[in-house]
Design a protein around this ligand. Structure first.
Ligand code: EPZ
Length: 418
């Protein structure tokens, strides 16, 4: 089994390049199921979540392959086959295939999605939204079968701005006549990227990123070539890593417009953030100051996907920090592992209280989910001595060779066999 071995305390003085966004690429790949034609996605990272989505596309009869750093997909031959749990159970984004299959074939049958163990993660908003569009949904507990022959584009109001439900409803409306109006949609940049891809393919999606999205049905979507947006969560993770390690780092391929909340928070801690055209420089020369209370919120609020990493950073800050997790019910499981470093963190339900320490000790820790695993690596960067982080299969879902990116910045981290 593989693990990371980290020798903490190395100040950063380097440059690395951020990858394209997993959470933009996954819905875009699902959307290809509604397109008869070849789609090329440029400069994509080799992540297990992306490979899982490519397997789903192949299971429908579509073609999906890597061509060095590019993904080539052609769903011309795809059919609405039943997609089983062995394919959908690894990733949350498998639920995104409902929309494109319904809009193209008016039928879909998908086993329940998987994904990180960070909460209940129901799909009721997906189901209620599809029903609002006229779909007949049979929820068989572990599988969803949908009859979409009576679906019509219409108005839908989301009770919560769910990212996945917004993406599913956009895609369910692409090839149906008339307009779908989505009220209270998610406003994440990944929604905008999906809309930009769809519009390039000949679709009509207006208002993505705002508080009303209008989808105007078209007859056909065409193959195209697309460069997915930079991954704002990987970029934020590397920025926080740079703040923990101290020193001077440059991270290329970053759209800092997507990271306003993190940038503000790190600046208030005393970390120097300088934005260049498509990169960011992070300078941390002294122990950062705690900034008190932070809450995770839907975009543009502080992202839940950076919560664990920021808690790891807070464990080093001078002062007391409070992190409130508003999006998921159980997204503090990684804290139990973090405590092995001597971190002073108390968790009650959705609140973590962190009393920062000048130094922590290296420890053996195990990742249990994607972003919690990244947080363990970040804590190890600032700890005294050696840390071993196991459970790399979780981290590899969303970070392409994280050890290479951190080594380029100056970390002493190696991927090795246990
Ligand atoms: C997406 O998940 C991301 N995943 C998640 O990133 C991210 O944490 C999340 O959005 C929030 O930003 C992908 O894009 C593949 P939601 P998604 O629907 O779509 C509840 C990562 O680390 N909810 O916005 O599943 C849900 O339980 C992953 O890259 C319902 O109640 O998120 C949660 O509490 C982790 N019913 C909240 O809404 C539903 O039908 C936000 O979920 C759907 C969601």
């Amino acid at each position: 089994m593989e693990c990371f071995k980290v020798i903490g305390g190395r100040k950063f003085d380097g440059k690395t390049r951020n990858i394209a966004s997993k959470n933009a690429i996954l819905p875009i790949l699902a959307c290809c199921l509604a397109i008869s034609g070849e789609v090329v996605l440029r400069n994509c990272p080799r992540l297990s979540d992306i490979d899982a989505m490519l397997d789903i596309i192949r299971a429908t009869g579509g073609r999906a392959e890597w061509d060095s750093g590019n993904i080539v997909v052609d769903c011309t031959q795809s059919e609405p086959r039943d997609i089983g749990a062995e394919l959908t159970g690894n990733i949350r984004s498998s639920v995104f295939v409902l929309g494109p299959l319904l809009t193209r074939f008016s039928t879909a049958s998908v086993s329940y999605p998987g994904g990180c163990d960070i909460g209940l993660r129901p799909i009721d908003l997906h189901i209620s939204g599809l029903r609002k569009l006229g779909a007949e949904v049979i929820d068989e507990g572990r599988k969803i079968s949908v009859d979409g022959k009576n679906m019509r584009n219409s108005a839908v109001f989301l009770d919560f701005p769910s990212v996945g439900a917004t993406e599913n409803l956009i895609m369910a409306s692409l090839l149906k006549s008339g307009k779908t109006i989505i009220h209270n949609p998610a406003r994440e940049p990944e929604i905008v990227d999906l809309a930009d891809f769809i519009n390039l393919a000949g679709g009509k999606v207006l208002g993505a990123g705002g508080n009303v999205i209008v989808v105007e049905g078209v007859n056909k979507l065409n193959g195209c070539e697309y460069f997915p947006m930079p991954d704002r969560i990987v970029a934020g993770t590397l920025m926080i890593a740079s703040a923990i390690a101290e020193g001077d780092s440059v991270i290329e391929n970053v759209d800092l417009r997507h990271l306003g909340s993190l940038t503000d928070m790190l600046s208030r801690c005393g970390v120097g953030i300088t934005s260049y055209r498509d990169s960011v420089r992070v300078r941390a020369k002294k122990r950062p100051k705690a900034i008190g209370k932070t809450e995770t919120q839907p975009y543009p609020g502080f992202p839940t996907d950076l919560q664990a990493q920021f808690v790891a950073f807070s464990a080093y800050c001078d002062g007391c920090s409070v992190m409130i997790e508003n999006l998921f019910e159980s997204r503090f499981k990684y804290v139990g592992e973090l405590l092995r470093t001597g971190a002073d963190i108390t968790v009650r339900d959705r609140v973590a209280v962190v009393r920062g320490k000048k130094s922590l000790s290296g420890a053996e820790m195990e990742a249990g989910d994607l972003r919690g695993g990244a947080a363990l690596v970040l804590a190890a960067l600032g700890a005294r001595g050696e840390s071993v982080i196991k459970g790399l299969k979780h981290i590899d879902r969303g970070y392409e060779r994280l050890e290479n990116a951190l080594s380029a910045l100056g970390a002493d981290i190696k991927r090795t066999k246990m």
